[in-house]
Design a protein around this ligand. Structure first.
Ligand SMILES: *Cc1c(COP(=O)(O)O)cnc(C)c1O
Length: 394
C-alpha cells in the first residue's frame, strides 16, 4: 500500500525534533552533526537566536497580506539586495524552482519586447539542476528527471560542462539566454573556472544574449562571497536565489538588471505567497548577517581550515576518497567508494552529509559552524572513511 506521504524520496530512517547550530537532535534523543544544513538552506545553522526572534516578532504582527498591497518588509529586503548586488530590481518567490520559472519567462519576454520573437532558446548545461517544475526539468534536461513527463517545454539546448568552443558555436540568432550555475551543486560540486565565467559574459556581451546565473545553492555566502560570481568579477543580467536566503524559511528571489527586467510590467508575473512579510523579515536578517564582510571573512577562514583537513583525509584514505573540490563551505569529496555508502556510514557516526552526482559527497555546513564542530566533523569523517574502507576490503 502506498504511504500516506507520496513516496518520491529515498529517505534515511532518521527523524529530527530539534536543532541547535550545527547539531540536530533525533526523536530518540541522539545528537547528529549536520554537514548538510538542509541542503545549503540553514545558512546560519538551526534555531539561530536572531532568526528565531525576527520570525516570532513578525509572527506576532503580520504573516500574509498578498501582493495586492505594498509590503514594507519586502521593499526593505529588495532594497538591501539591490544595494549589495548587480541587481536593480527583485521579485520574491518561495523556492528555487519558482525562481527558475521567472528567470526563463523574463529572458523570453525580453526578446519578445524587442520584437525578436524567435529569440526564445535557452542554453543550459549537462549536470545542471534548476528545480522540478516542467520548465526547470526541461532546462536541466537529464534523462532521470524528464523521463515520462513529456511533452517537455521546448526551447532548451544542452551543452557539455565547461566546453567554451561548443558554447561559442551554439549561440545563434535564436539564443535568448544562457542559464548556468557558477558552481554546480546537485551535479557534484563542480565550479566553473573564473576564466570560463568571464568567457561566458564576453559571449553574451558580443551577441546580446542574456546571462542567467542560478545561485540557488552557491549563493548567499556559501562560497565565501555573498554570491559566487563575485569571485570571477562578472555579473549576470538575471540571477536566481533561494535556499540559504531564508535560513530555513521558504524564500526565493529573482534579481535582475533594469534592462533585463523592463518588460516585466504589472500583470506579467505574480505569486500569492512570494514576498510575504514573514519570509522577507527573516530574509532581511539573513542578508544582513551574511553580507557583513567580517562574516564572509570568517566563512573563508573556516573554509581554508576545513579544506586543508579534508585534503588530509583524502591522503589518508585513498581507497575511499579521490579529491576535494568546491569553494568556501560548498565542498565536495569525490569518492572512490560509492558516495551513498559513505553517507550511510556517516549516519552510524552521527554525521549528516549529502550525496551528489558524479559520486561526490557534499559538505555544506552552516556558514557559522564553530571551529570545534568542524574539527569534530573531520574526526567523524575519518572514522567514516575507515569503516567504509574496512567494509570494502571485507
Ligand atoms: C535546489 C536548487 C534549485 C531548486 O530549488 P527548490 O527550492 O528545490 O525549488 C534550483 N537550482 C539549484 C542550483 C538548486 O540547488
Amino acid at each position: 500500500m502506498i504511504s500516506a506521504v507520496l513516496p518520491t524520496y529515498n529517505r534515511a530512517p532518521l527523524a529530527f525534533v530539534r536543532g541547535e547550530g550545527s547539531w540536530l537532535v533525533s526523536d530518540t534523543g541522539e545528537r547528529y552533526l549536520d554537514l548538510g544544513a538542509g541542503i545549503a538552506v540553514n545558512a546560519l545553522g538551526h534555531a539561530h537566536p536572531d532568526l528565531v526572534a525576527t520570525l516570532t516578532d513578525q509572527a506576532h504582527r503580520l504573516w500574509h497580506v498578498s501582493n495586492l498591497y505594498r509590503i514594507p518588509e519586502q521593499e526593505r529586503l529588495a532594497a538591501m539586495l539591490v544595494e549589495r548586488t548587480f541587481a536593480d530590481t527583485v521579485f520574491f518567490t518561495n523556492s528555487g524552482t519558482e525562481s527558475a520559472e521567472l528567470a526563463i519567462k523574463m529572458a523570453r519576454r525580453f526578446w519578445y519586447d524587442q520584437g525578436q520573437t524567435a529569440r526564445t532558446e535557452i542554453i543550459a548545461f549537462e549536470g545542471a539542476f534548476h528545480g522540478r517544475s516542467t520548465g526547470a526539468i526541461a532546462a536541466a534536461g537529464s534523462e532521470k528527471m524528464v523521463k515520462g513527463f513529456g511533452p517537455l517545454m521546448p526551447g532548451f539546448v544542452h551543452l557539455p560542462w565547461g566546453d567554451h568552443e561548443a558554447l561559442k558555436a551554439a549561440v545563434g540568432p535564436a539564443t535568448a539566454a544562457i542559464l548556468i550555475e557558477p558552481v554546480q551543486g546537485e551535479g557534484g560540486i563542480r565550479p566553473l573556472a573564473d576564466a570560463c565565467l568571464r568567457g561566458l559574459r564576453q559571449i553574451c556581451d558580443d551577441t546580446g544574449t542574456l546571462l542567467i546565473f542560478d545561485e540557488v545553492q552557491c549563493g548567499m555566502g556559501r562560497t565565501g562571497r555573498l554570491f559566487a560570481h563575485e569571485w570571477a568579477g562578472v555579473t549576470p543580467d538575471i540571477m536566481m536565489v533561494a535556499k540559504g536566503i531564508g535560513g530555513g524559511f521558504p524564500l526565493g528571489a529573482v534579481l535582475a538588471t533594469e534592462r533585463a527586467a523592463a518588460p516585466m510590467v504589472a500583470g506579467t508575473h505574480g505569486s500569492t505567497y512570494g514576498g510575504n512579510p514573514l519570509g522577507c523579515a527573516v530574509g532581511a536578517r539573513v542578508v544582513e548577517i551574511v553580507s557583513d564582510p567580517a562574516f564572509l571573512a570568517e566563512v573563508n577562514r573556516k573554509a581554508a581550515i576545513f579544506r586543508q583537513r579534508l585534503e588530509g583525509l583524502v591522503a589518508a584514505h585513498p581507497d575511499v576518497f579521490e579529491a576535494v573540490r568546491g569553494q568556501g563551505l560548498m565542498l565536495g569529496l569525490k569518492c572512490r567508494a560509492p558516495n551513498t555508502d559513505v553517507v550511510k556510514a556517516g549516519y552510524a557516526q552521527h554525521l549528516l552529509t549529502v550525496p551528489a552526482a558524479d559520486n561526490v559527497l557534499r559538505l555544506l555546513p552552516a556558514l557559522n559552524i564553530p571551529d570545534e564542530d568542524l574539527a569534530e566533523a573531520v574526526a567523524r569523517l575519518d572514522r567514516v572513511a575507515a569503516q567504509v574502507g574496512r567494509d570494502a576490503a571485507a
